[in-house]
Design a binder for this molecule. Structure first.
Ligand code: AKG
Ligand code: FE2
Length: 211
């Protein structure tokens, strides 16, 4: 058994269809068809109904760093509850360690420039974001639709680019085996060129999240 905020390669690979990127620098996986297209459509309507400009944790002075919109998904929505159950059964992570699910929406020209999901341990806002629930452990991300052009997610350090595909899940460990943060997880939500891109992001913490 792993610790409550933890998944592992062993747990994830128990699920048929899970593929690991063959690179020792990162624990990064994909699973096609994780969500049905109907479930994706329901989540897209929730995102469309309640979106706001996206923000970033440590302001880096670039107003165009993350130009998408974000939706904080209500945990009481049936489509969100169903998603939580599916995530737990795949990852083995106790949902109490999860931040609330978010939706992200990118219109043409919008992107999230190269970044890591963990909080920089030497960043100005580290204590503010991590003092209660601790560092981010795992990221789970699901594409909700196909994008006409652009909108791929690029992991530059490990030379891997993923195309949006309805219901496809990516997940990765934000830390190395020794527990330190892993800069090889650097990733770029690339500009949408045509169409609209919708994704779900789910981040887990070392300790329980205070809802
Ligand atoms: O939209 C993407 O492809 C990446 C999203 C992302 O990295 C994030 O929301 O942290
Ligand atoms: Fe990210």
């Amino acid at each position: 058994m792993s610790a409550a905020g933890e998944s592992s390669a062993e747990t994830l690979l128990q699920r048929g269809g899970v593929q690991r990127v063959p690179n020792a620098k990162i624990e990064l996986f994909q699973l096609k068809g994780f969500l049905s297209s109907g479930h994706c459509r329901e989540l897209i309507s929730l995102i469309d109904a309640n979106r706001r400009p996206s923000t970033i944790a440590d302001d880096n002075g670039d107003a165009y760093f993350r130009t998408s919109e974000t939706c904080d998904l209500e945990a009481s929505e049936p489509a969100v509850q169903e998603l939580e159950v599916l995530l737990q059964s795949l990852s083995g992570i106790d949902p109490a360690h999860g931040e609330p699910c978010q939706g992200q929406r990118y219109a043409p020209g919008q992107e999230f420039k190269p970044h890591t999901d963990y909080f920089a341990p030497d960043g100005a806002d580290y204590a503010k974001f991590c003092s209660v629930a601790g560092q981010r452990t795992w990221t789970f991300m699901i594409y909700l639709n196909e994008v006409e052009a652009g909108g791929a997610t690029r992991f530059k350090v490990v030379g891997k680019t993923f195309q949006p595909e309805t219901g496809k899940l990516l997940c990765w460990n934000n830390r190395r085996p020794d527990g330190s943060v892993n800069p090889n997880t650097l990733h770029h939500g690339m500009k949408v060129r045509s169409g609209v891109k919708y994704v779900i992001t789910k981040w887990y913490r070392e300790r329980e999240w205070e809802w």
